[in-house]
Design a protein around this ligand. Structure first.
Ligand SMILES: Cc1ncc(C[n+]2csc(CCOP(=O)(O)OP(=O)(O)O)c2C)c(N)n1
Ligand SMILES: [Mg+2]
Length: 360
C-alpha cells in the first residue's frame, strides 16, 4: 500500500512536469481495496480493471519501473509505451488491463471466466470497476450472461462515491450497489474498502466460493479517492471537509496504527517500508526517464485496421504509401484546426513553464 501511495504521488508530480502524457487517474485512498483483493488471489487468477489501475498492476507484481515507463510513453513500459496510464497490461502476471471505456472491462471479464470454464481450469477472474460503471448497459448484460453461464467471476465495485463529478445518489437509482445484480440472480455483499484486513477476508471468501461453486458474485467495496477524478479536475462537486473526513479513515495510516498497537510491527519497520517505497519509486522515475521512446518507424506496429472484406489485419502489413485519410491535408478542417491550435498551445505552455521554472 505504501508503494502504491508513493508511486501515485510521484506519477501526479511527473504528470505536472509533462513527463507523463495523456490522462492520469490516481487511486490514492483506494489502496486497501486494491491490495486486500490482490493479496488473496492466486497467481493464476485473472485481474481486470479500469483506467485507474497503476496500483492494481503494482499489487499484482508488475515492476514499478515498467509501470512508470508506460506513463512516460517509453518502449520499456508495460504496453511498449503505446497505452499510457489508462492501458497498463501484464499478461504474464495475468493483469489483463487497463481500459478507458467505462464498463468496457465487464464483458471482457465474462470472456476470461468463459475461457477458464472452457479449459476446465479452476481459475477465478476478479473484475474491478467503478460505481459509475454499474449504470452501463454492459453491467446488466454481463451480469445476465455470467449468471446464466455460471462463469467464475468476482465482480468488485470500487465504490468511491463519484463517477467523475457526479455523486452516487445523483447517478444511481439504487445506491446499495451490492443489490444491483440481485435481479440477475447474483448475490452481493457490501464491505469496508478502507480496511485492508476486511477486504482480504471477505474477498477471499467470495473468490473461494466462486472457485468452488463456479458461479459469479458481486462485492461492493466502499472507498474514496482523495484526488480529483483525473489530473484535470477542479473538484467543485465536493467539500474539502468531506475529503478530510475520509482521510481520517486512511487505509495505510489505520493499518499501521493497528500493527503498532498489536506489536506486529515496530516504528522502524514502518519507516523501512516507507523508505523502500521511496527508493523503488525514485528508481522507477530514473528508469523511465532514461528509457528510449519507441522508434518512429514502429508507429504502425501492433495497430489494426479493418480491410475492405471486413477482416482485420495489422497496419504494417499494408503497402507503405499513405492511405486514404492518413495525410494531414485529408483531415477535416475542424480536426486540423484543433490539432494545430493544440500544438500552438503546447508550445506556449512549455515556454511559460520554462520561464516560470516549473520544468527541470
Ligand atoms: C462509455 C464511457 N462513457 C463515459 C466515459 C467518460 N468517463 C470516464 S471516467 C467516467 C466516470 C466513471 O466513474 P466510476 O465508474 O465511478 O469510476 P471512477 O472513475 O470513480 O473510478 C466517465 C463518465 C467513458 N470513458 N466511457
Ligand atoms: Mg466512482
Amino acid at each position: 500500500m505504501c508503494l502504491i501511495r508513493r508511486f501515485e504521488e510521484e506519477a501526479g508530480r511527473q504528470y505536472q512536469r509533462a513527463k507523463a502524457g495523456g490522462f492520469l487517474h490516481l487511486a490514492i485512498g483506494e489502496e486497501a481495496t486494491i491490495v486486500g483483493t490482490t493479496s488473496v488471489m492466486r497467481e493464476d487468477d485473472y485481474l481486470i480493471g479500469t483506467y485507474r489501475t497503476h496500483g492494481h498492476a503494482l499489487a499484482r507484481g508488475t515492476p514499478a519501473n515498467e509501470v512508470m515507463a508506460e506513463l512516460f510513453g517509453r518502449e520499456t513500459g508495460t504496453s511498449g509505451g503505446r497505452g499510457g496510464s489508462m492501458h497498463i497490461f501484464d499478461a504474464e502476471r495475468r493483469f489483463m488491463g487497463g481500459y478507458g471505456i467505462v464498463g468496457g472491462n465487464l464483458p471482457l471479464a465474462a470472456g476470461l471466466g468463459l475461457a477458464s470454464q472452457y479449459r476446465d481450469e479452476d481459475t477465478v477472474t476478479v473484475c474491478m470497476f467503478g460505481d459509475g460503471a454499474s449504470n452501463t448497459g454492459n453491467f446488466g448484460e454481463t451480469m445476465n450472461l455470467a449468471a446464466l453461464w455460471e462463469l467464475p467471476v468476482v465482480f468488485l465495485v470500487e465504490n468511491n462515491l463519484y463517477g467523475m463529478g457526479t455523486a452516487l445518489e445523483r447517478h444511481s437509482a439504487v445506491t446499495d450497489l451490492s443489490q444491483k445484480a440481485a435481479g440477475y440472480g447474483i448475490d452481493g455483499e457490501r464491505i469496508d474498502g478502507m480496511n485492508v484486513l476486511e477486504v482480504r477476508e471477505r474477498v477471499s471468501a467470495h473468490i473461494e466460493q466462486v472457485r468452488e461453486e463456479g458461479r459469479p458474485s458481486l462485492v461492493e467495496a466502499f472507498t474514496y479517492r482523495y484526488r480529483g477524478h483525473s489530473a484535470a479536475d477542479p473538484e467543485v462537486y465536493r467539500e474539502k471537509s468531506e475529503v478530510e473526513e475520509w482521510r481520517e479513515k486512511d487505509p495505510i495510516e489505520t493499518f499501521i496504527k493497528l500493527c503498532l498497537e498489536d506489536g506486529v510491527l515496530g516504528e522502524e519497520d514502518v519507516e523501512a517500508a516507507r523508505r523502500e517505497a521511496d527508493g523503488t519509486v525514485e528508481e522507477a522515475v530514473k528508469f523511465a526517464d532514461e528509457s528510449p521512446e519507441p522508434a518512429l518507424e514502429s508507429l504502425y506496429e501492433e495497430l489494426y485496421v479493418v480491410s475492405e472484406t471486413m477482416g482485420w489485419y495489422s497496419v504494417d502489413e499494408r503497402s507503405p504509401e499513405p492511405h486514404r485519410g492518413e495525410l494531414g491535408e485529408d483531415a477535416p478542417e475542424v480536426a486540423r484546426n484543433l490539432a494545430e491550435s493544440g500544438a500552438a498551445h503546447a508550445e506556449d505552455e512549455s515556454e511559460r513553464q520554462s520561464r516560470e521554472g516549473v520544468r527541470e
